[in-house]
Design a protein around this ligand. Structure first.
Ligand code: B3K
Ligand code: ZN
Length: 898
């Protein structure tokens, strides 16, 4: 299973078209858990656009080769080796039949064909198909597939594959078969099969052009009552893609299947999406509002891939963001439209804020470390390590910038041209950019740098008001600051940055905007500046009073803005900016600055104090009932510890934790009455409603509860949380109450209520694996104390009968939660967290390299930490480097140590 060969670096510059093409594939599976026989008949021909090769080199891994035949005649010159099969001196055009055997029961990597819960599933992206049969397993080889599945009818009553069902029937010996045909050419990474004991929620809908479509959500029988939301999300996704992009479902049938052992969120296999149960199963008792929203987003994401990814796919894996960045952008827009339609800016902003939080916390950090890479990477050792925040989230921001530049209509024109030119092809990020440029008549050569330069751009802003001339000039300077070495190498020149700006007057209202050289002010009070040079000055004229600038409205580009706002100015923006994103942003800046100052003091042992003006600014948001609850919740949530630590010259998780806790306590005690009032006012009694409004009330109320749990005397919070826990009719309220109890307990040396609730929670949901994941995660992320370090709890939970390292969701719920989402405890000075991390990376490496490599990334920023922690981190990294086998983990730890 492990790959011990010296890692080879794959480079984008080395791309060459395949020497052979495969036009059709007929696969036959005899499904047996320990010994599945696969017969693969392909139509192969030389690629007229490639240089000549006499041998056909097929990829294959972990396969037992049985036989090869060309045009029906046994072929002796086929040599199986560790990486595949070489066929010497093949004809120009021929039918190739290969037989091989694989062992799905023993496949713990969850890549290729594997068994989970007694059923068969596949995962082929990026390079899993070669673990099923020998093939040209690369995305620019596209073929039509016919698939015949044979299996025991009692054990595997349901047999699914891509496309349309052609026929099914019984076979001797209690076996049966099904034959599927996918009419669309596709690369091998989109192949899928599922076989097992499953049931489906079904729905028939008519697509835009009136054709009937069969929609199915397949799950294990006991989960059927948790499929409604996924089905509704699918129907909404279909409608949305028709309305917003004119894209219709192209198959007669579309299936979603849930599996509990899965390496990531979900997979967009043509017509047969396979999902982690976490992104399918939901009902109010088991799933939180966040789970509901995530399911909608992921169902949308995979469905939208049907066009952006499947109909038009990637030429090579360096182009991954072509489908991923674009599809994330599409799912973000879908969620925003579902929450707020096209016009409710405040509701849309909630989604935008959440997305930007993730980007800044995770992608900016990635950009600052050894894994920094451009949206279109130049090289990789293991492609699975490049399903990153940069490719996905920054990639989405890059796509969003086209829309910011050209507007929704211009973006749509570009998309239309993209499909007109490239439907059915495997293409590059350049092809996408050209379609956008050509459809809008604009040269986007400079924009290419967004794909090729790594690192987070910094834009510093200087402003000058000339009262006599009524001119206001804004000078923007761009650069990368002190970028990580991995990023610096890629940086060549200035970017085209769409920089959205507004000017705010003394009364808080937007001022009209007229740039020098224009004859009148524009209609809009937000202007997108085309910022293309290293330094550029934009001058606004007829500015009657000195304005306050609102910079990078709606986060119009993935950059860091540096501008010296005073605390009063930020408080003013927080109260008045017409751009809801920037209102939130002002509060974040205010809090970040304050928290970083406090963290600096905590690091040097200076007593902490918080300015009353900061408390007052928070109090205004807390008590402003004209603001939506969801906005208030986001505005009152302090920046995360991980984000704050990353902003320090030397990350110091303990100091950040102390500072953030100090502020939370201060806000809790100073505004106790207001938190209590908000808690009461935003209860949602009665039957659970899944609407964004109801979710907003719950979010704000539960935030209030979490602040109340910080009170010096938490008795009242404990009482409220216990009552909420007992009365809850939904998982959002129940888990928030449990979390509040755990945190109140940490500060006060434990409480019986927390332990009782924890025990009750386990008993109540023992049969719901996704809820038990929450039970593990809540404990792993809880606040610890010197007397009760969380590492002890985590180590104990590792021995719990419900813990299982082989199940990625469970491993993530306990190990990842602790190592990546509880920084203050993980980075304990005694190095206990790091030793634990090393043990778990090594253990996982032997089971599932992809999951191990994800965990391995939690120490990659070690060089940026305070010296007292650095040594411990390096020692742990070196231990892992000396013991791991997979190239997945190796690439991560070697880059970290380099
Ligand atoms: N395309 C898949 C991700 C595959 C990851 C392979 N390591 C899911 C998605 O982005 O929709
Ligand atoms: Zn995707």
């Amino acid at each position: 299973m492990a790959d011990t060969a010296t890692p080879n670096v794959i480079r984008r510059a080395d791309y060459a078209p395949p020497a052979f093409l495969i036009d059709t594939v007929a696969l036959e599976f005899d499904l047996v858990p320990e010994r599945t026989v696969v017969r693969n008949t392909m139509r192969v021909r030389r690629n007229p656009d490639a240089s000549h090769a006499s041998n056909l080199e097929l990829m294959g891994e972990q396969l037992e080769f049985v036989s090869a035949a060309i045009d029906g005649v046994a072929f002796a010159n086929a040599h199986a080796h560790e990486h595949g099969l070489t066929l010497d001196n093949v004809p120009d055009n021929f039918e190739l039949t290969l037989t091989s055997i694989c062992n799905p029961a023993e496949n713990t990597t969850l890549s290729g064909l594997y068994v989970s819960g007694g059923n068969f599933f596949t995962q082929c992206e990026a390079e899993g198909f070669r673990r099923i049969t020998y093939f040209l397993d690369r995305p620019d080889v596209m073929a039509t597939f016919t698939v015949t599945l044979r299996a025991s009818k009692a054990d595997y009553p349901v047999l699914l594959s891509n496309g349309n069902l052609l026929e099914e029937g019984d076979l001797p010996d209690g076996r049966h078969f099904a034959r599927w045909e996918d009419p669309f050419r596709k690369p091998s990474y989109l192949f899928a099969l599922v076989a097992g004991k499953l049931v489906a929620l079904e729905e028939r809908v008519k697509s835009g052009s009136g054709k009937e479509k069969l929609l199915q959500v397949w799950v294990e029988p006991h989960d059927l009552d948790k499929t409604r939301h996924a089905m509704d999300s699918l129907i909404n996704s279909i409608r949305w893609d028709e309305a917003r992009f004119g894209l219709e479902l192209d198959l007669d049938r579309f299936m979603i299947v849930a599996v509990s052992d899965f390496n990531m969120g979900a997979m967009e296999n043509k017509g047969l999406n396979i999902f982690n149960t976490k992104y399918v199963l939901a009902n109010p008792e088991t799933a939180t509002d966040t789970d509901f929203a995530n399911i909608e987003a992921v169902v949308g994401h995979e469905y939208f891939h049907n066009w952006t990814g499947n109909r038009v796919t990637c030429r090579d894996w360096f182009q991954l963001s072509l489908k991923e960045g674009l599809t994330v952008f599409r799912d973000q827009e879908f969620s925003a439209d579902m929450a707020g339609g096209a016009t409710d800016e405040a509701a849309r902003a909630t989604k935008r804020i959440e997305d930007v939080r993730v980007l800044r916390q995770m992608q900016f950090a990635e950009d600052a470390g050894p894994m920094a890479h451009p949206v279109r990477p130049e090289s990789y050792v293991e492609i699975n390590n490049f399903y990153t925040m940069t490719v996905y989230e920054k990639g989405s921001e890059v796509v969003r910038m086209y829309q910011t530049l050209f507007g929704r209509d211009g973006f749509r024109k570009g998309m239309d041209l993209y499909f007109k030119r490239h439907d059915g092809q495997a293409v590059t990020c350049d092809d996408f950019r050209h379609a956008l440029a050509d459809a809008n008549g604009r040269d986007l050569a400079q924009f290419e740098r967004w794909y090729s330069q790594a690192g987070t751009p910094r834009v510093s802003v200087r402003t000058k008001y000339d009262a006599a001339q009524q001119r206001y000039s804004v000078t923007l300077t761009q650069g990368y600051g002190d970028a990580a070495p991995a990023a610096r190498e890629t940086q060549k020149g200035p970017l085209l940055i769409p920089f959205a700006i507004g000017l705010i007057g003394k009364d808080g209202a937007d001022l009209p905007l007229q740039l020098e050289g224009e004859t009148k002010a524009s209609n809009s009070t937000t202007r997108v500046l085309d910022f293309t040079q290293t330094e550029q000055t934009f001058t606004f004229v007829n500015v009657a009073q000195e304005p306050l600038p609102s910079l990078l409205r709606n986060f119009s580009a993935p950059v860091i803005v540096e501008y010296d706002y005073s605390a009063d100015q930020l408080a003013f923006l927080l109260a008045h900016d017409s751009d809801p994103f920037n209102r939130w942003e002002a509060g974040q800046r205010l809090a970040t600055r304050e928290l970083l100052t406090l963290a600096g003091r905590a690091a040097t042992g200076v007593p902490l104090q918080l300015d009353d003006s900061v408390v007052a600014a928070f109090a205004r948001v807390l008590t402003d009932e004209s603001l939506s609850p969801s906005f208030r919740e986001l505005a009152l949530m302090l920046p995360s510890e991980a984000y704050l630590a990353e902003q320090m010259a030397e990350s110091n998780p303990a100091a950040v934790h102390a500072a953030r806790q100090f502020v939370r306590k201060r806000l809790a005690n100073a505004l106790r009455k207001d938190w209590l009032a908000v808690y009461e006012k935003h209860r949602t009694p009665g039957a659970y409603e899944a609407t964004p409004e109801a979710a907003g009330h719950r979010a704000l109320k539960n935030l209030a509860l979490s602040y109340l749990a910080e009170l010096d005397d938490p008795a009242e919070a404990v009482r409220l949380a216990s009552a909420q826990y007992d009365a809850a009719n939904n998982m959002t309220d129940r888990s928030a109450a449990l979390s509040a109890l755990l945190n109140a307990a940490a500060a006060n040396g434990g409480n019986v209520e927390a332990q009782q609730a924890l025990d009750d929670f386990y008993r109540r949901f023992e049969k719901e694996p996704l809820v038990i994941d929450k039970w593990f995660a809540l404990q792993a992320t809880q606040r610890g104390s010197a007397q009760r370090p969380v590492i002890k709890i985590v180590r104990k939970l590792m021995a719990h009968p419900a813990f299982n390292l082989k199940n990625p969701n469970r491993a993530r719920s306990l190990i990842f939660s602790f190592c990546a989402a509880n920084p203050a405890q993980f980075h304990a000075e005694d190095g206990s967290g790091y030793a634990f991390w090393a043990d778990q990376v090594i253990a996982l490496d032997a089971i599932n390299p992809q999951v191990a490599a994800r965990l391995a990334r939690s120490l990659e920023l070690w060089r940026r930490f305070t010296p007292t922690l650095r040594d411990g981190m390096r020692t742990a990294l070196e231990k892992v480097a000396s013991q791991v086998k997979s190239r997945d983990v190796r690439e991560i730890v070697e880059k970290a140590l380099a």
